[in-house]
Write a protein that binds this ligand. Structure first.
Ligand SMILES: Cc1cc2nc3c(=O)[nH]c(=O)nc-3n(C[C@H](O)[C@H](O)[C@H](O)COP(=O)(O)OP(=O)(O)OC[C@H]3O[C@@H](n4cnc5c(N)ncnc54)[C@H](O)[C@@H]3O)c2cc1C
Length: 288
């Protein structure tokens, strides 16, 4: 199918983009990399009369460190994340995750802001954001607000982002240098969404877990924070039994939809495998 006819707009500033959004209301849609929106338009699941391309807005680009925060413009592409020396040094989990998204062609165009705004439970950035304690800057015509990633994702294609707002920036507290991390993603082939995936950050104090964060991709209507699994590990040594118990607790909150990647039972089992794998890898990378 081909999309319905639409008018294309290329604003040069956030202010101009917000003005266009106000002018065209429900008829308008923001365009970032287009790798989720355009397929939806071709299937006519989305039928905007006006496309507002964010690609020409310089202030939405770039990666920098400021005041203990990594600040990433929403229009930063996956490849720009992968190539960033700053992120390789300070936030290798984000680089590891971005490398596992789609294929090289998609990674040239797909943006972190688009991935987060879309609210697809199969997208990988939400889990990375949750374990990194990220927050998002959302701008509307009446001002900006800073929203924590934990609580932003409400359900399938449903987030706290209002139709009149633009996600402009992602803020991530610089992880302590000794933080262990892993994104373990099972996919059928290169370029596929996750059958099941687990993101982990881990801080050790001697032989015991000081703090841990675990989030799961594509195992429910939106990203899942495995809070009981996290609680079960704090203050414990990372024994095989403790890891197995954390994986069991993570599996207990999963409610995946059956699809061509497998039935629900298989996906839940794989959630356990990915959680165990991510915890072991994070442990091997954490120093104390
Ligand atoms: C073959 C293929 C494989 C893929 N595999 C994966 C995968 O494994 N993992 C994964 O995470 N993703 C995957 N994707 C999706 C890809 O990462 C998309 O690029 C991403 O989901 C959307 O980012 P985008 O920049 O392309 O946004 P777009 O498609 O342009 O926009 C998506 C939605 O977000 C809105 N939006 C975009 N930017 C903003 C903003 N700054 N503020 C407010 N709203 C905004 C748009 O209006 C639209 O509704 C895949 C895509 C393809 C085509």
């Amino acid at each position: 199918m081909i999309p319905r006819e639409f008018e294309y707009h290329a604003p040069k500033s956030i202010q101009d983009a917000l003005g266009l959004m106000e002018r065209f209301g429900d008829e308008a849609k923001l365009l970032a990399g287009g790798h989720s929106l355009l397929p939806m338009m071709k299937l006519r699941f989305a039928q905007p009369g006006h496309l507002i391309d964010l690609g020409g807005i310089g202030e939405l680009k770039g990666i920098r460190e400021e005041g203990g925060m990594l600040r990433i413009g929403a229009m930063t592409t996956e490849n720009e994340i992968i190539w960033s020396k700053l992120l390789q040094d300070k936030c290798p989990l984000l680089v590891e995750g971005a490398r596992l998204i789609a294929d090289p062609q998609v990674r040239y165009k797909g943006t972190i802001g688009g991935d987060l705004s879309h609210g697809d439970p199969g997208n990988d950035h939400p889990a990375l954001m949750l374990v990194l304690g990220a927050a998002f800057v959302l701008k509307g015509s009446s001002g900006a607000r800073l929203v924590p990633s934990d609580g932003f994702f409400l359900g399938s294609y449903n987030t706290l982002l209002q139709p009149s707002e633009i996600m402009t920036e992602i803020r991530i507290p610089v992880p302590a240098p000794n933080t262990g991390y892993s994104y373990s993603k099972l996919k059928r082939k290169i370029g596929d969404y996750a059958t099941a995936a687990a993101a982990v950050t881990l801080r050790m104090h001697g032989e015991s877990v000081h703090d841990v964060a675990i989030a799961l991709t594509n195992l429910g209507a939106c990203v899942l924070k495995a809070r009981a699994a996290e609680d079960s590990l704090r203050g414990k040594t990372m024994s095989d039994a403790a890891i197995a118990e954390a994986a069991r607790l993570a599996m207990s909150i999963c409610d995946p939809a059956a699809d061509q990647r497998g039935d629900a039972e298989y996906k839940v089992a794989m959630a356990g495998e990915m959680t165990q794998r991510a915890l072991r890898t994070a442990r091997s990378r954490a120093s104390h």
